[in-house]
Design a protein around this ligand. Sequence first.
Ligand SMILES: *Cc1c(COP(=O)(O)O)cnc(C)c1O
Length: 354
Amino acid sequence: MNTTMQKISIEKVKTSKIDQVDFDNLDFGSVFTDHMLVCDYKNGAWETPKIIPYQPISLEPSAKIFHYGQSIFEGMKAYKDTENKIWFFRPLDNHRRLNISAKRMAIPEIPEAFFMEGLKALVKLDEKWIPQKDGSSLYIRPFIFASGKGFHASPADEYKFIICLAPSGSYFSGKVKVLIEEKYSRSANGGVGYAKAGGNYAGQFYPTQLAAQKGYSQVIWTDDNNHEYIEEAGAMNIFVRIGDTLITGPTSDRILDGITRKSILQIAEDEGIPTEVRKITVSEVVEAAKNGSLKEMFGAGTAAVVSPISTFGFRDVDYDLPELAESYATRLKKRITDIQFNRAEDPFGWRYGL
Ligand SMILES: *Cc1c(COP(=O)(O)O)cnc(C)c1O
């Protein structure tokens, strides 16, 4: 792998679009900054990344992304503190995971310098776009896809690595009602569930639409084998609190190794909350809901950080979770976002200054 890199070239926009943006009413991921990073893979090597104005890209109709779905991505954020300093959160873990996804999808891995130097140069250039309003941040979407042409069902010979930036408000507001899924699966043993592959999301949309028709906003995925174990909440890792113990499933072929998940586990341990990483059965969750020991369920991921669940549906019965004055979800979300926004000590070394 060629890991040496020339200086990143920068072509700036003539006029910024920033004045047209209403920073007080930002949706999630629907407004993009002035620039993007593009890096091409050709002739067996990654070329020097370029920063150019945010713009459409042109591809051959036979580009393999369209036919065979070789496409992976990452989701991360940049935060601005009250002194206008900019921070990333565990960005090297995103780089590592992008390469884990790349390997699984037969996409060439991207060297660390290309990812990190590209990320830093782009965010620095568009730093005015990082919102400062509480809870808002700059959502960062690095992705790689097969741009090489040809209908032959084999890995492409050309790829594009792109980073786009989207100033964003908070992702979810309010608690969500979820459905425990027993027919469809998100992932399988030996499959691609542990990779952030675009197709994993496409496969989730239809079952999620069916759940929405029944009034649920997300699906709780169970294992593909017997639908016996609770695995993920939509595109987030899932945590369950039974009594005072916080439980999440072990990462596997089927469960994505979320950075929020592992950070929450470490914070919970630091706070003296009893934690368990083990398989969670649907039946124990239903049983705990019936006997009152089920205190909380929440999803965890970069976009929403923590997304509390108010109700879960299972086999045509809805089970409501209690309203707690002192929830783990609120406490853990505060601790992790305080670290992200540089409002608190970071004993774990997770913050990464730009
Ligand atoms: C991205 C993702 C997560 C969360 O990962 P983070 O690193 O915490 O953002 C969880 N599950 C799935 C399926 C995902 O794609």
